[in-house]
Ligand binder design. Structure first.
Ligand SMILES: C[S@@+](CC[C@H](N)C(=O)[O-])C[C@H]1O[C@@H](n2cnc3c(N)ncnc32)[C@H](O)[C@@H]1O
Length: 216
């Protein structure tokens, strides 16, 4: 599972402020070592995981809109991590933890089964070439892993502006025995904030699909 990464390691350019943020704030907002304990991490608040938050603007919006939920936000892209850390500090948010690393490793090694109230995967890299489809994060083995980490009733929310990936997502998510598609709009879900990649997709005329599946 771990051999095929879902991202290309790339070195982002970091400003002195961002470097400082990583060194100073990274340890403050990182997860405690060891397995994640969802009952204590945010003083009993349910825990959602956002995979690949990019710049983190949507993460901040969701945290502000729902202070009763804690968000573990993970990305491998260092400048985005620094940016989110600075936003958390300046807005004094107490319901986000930020991890620099591979979400697959985090899910596999440190998140126990039946821990998360939600997993959000917004505009994951579409890997459009057929020979790269194996790198997609919404693929059968990783969806099984994600589903196992949700509590019953917890939701896996994916969004994409890539039509063919949306079809493939629906196929993969529907085939996972632990998941059932949620009703289109049950009125219970807060609207998903607009993300940077969504805006870019819309500018190109792409249609956006949201897929929400619930753990049985
Ligand atoms: C296309 S961007 C979307 C960013 C953001 N969600 C948005 O909509 O603007 C995908 C992000 O996923 C991150 N990513 C890809 N694979 C990942 C993994 N296995 N673990 C953590 N982050 C990952 C990338 O670094 C990138 O920031």
């Amino acid at each position: 599972m771990q051999d095929i990464r879902t991202f290309h390691p790339r070195r982002g350019r970091m400003s002195p402020t961002q470097l400082d943020a990583l060194g100073r704030l990274g340890p403050v907002y990182d997860l405690p070592e060891g397995p994640l304990d969802a009952t204590t991490l945010f003083e009993g608040r349910p825990v959602a995981l956002e995979i690949g938050f990019g710049l983190g603007d949507a993460t901040v919006e969701m945290a502000q809109a729902d202070p009763g939920t804690g968000i573990v936000a993970i990305d491998v892209h260092t400048p985005g991590v620094a940016r989110l850390l600075l936003a958390i500090e300046s807005l004094e948010l107490d319901n986000i933890r930020v991890v620099l690393g591979d979400a697959v490793e985090l899910l596999r090694d440190r998140i126990p089964e039946s821990s998360l109230v939600a997993i959000r995967v917004f505009f994951p890299d579409p890997w459009p070439k057929a020979r790269h489809h194996k790198r997609r994060i919404i693929r059968p083995d990783l969806v099984s892993l994600m589903a196992s980490r949700l509590i019953p009733g917890g939701e896996l929310h994916c969004a994409t502006d890539w039509a063919e990936y949306a079809e493939s997502m629906r196929e993969v998510l529907s085939a996972e025995p632990l998941l059932r598609e949620a009703p289109a709009d049950d009125g219970l879900r807060a609207p998903r904030p607009m993300t940077k990649f969504e805006r870019t997709g819309l500018d190109k005329g792409h249609a956006v699909s949201d897929l929400v599946f619930v753990r049985v």
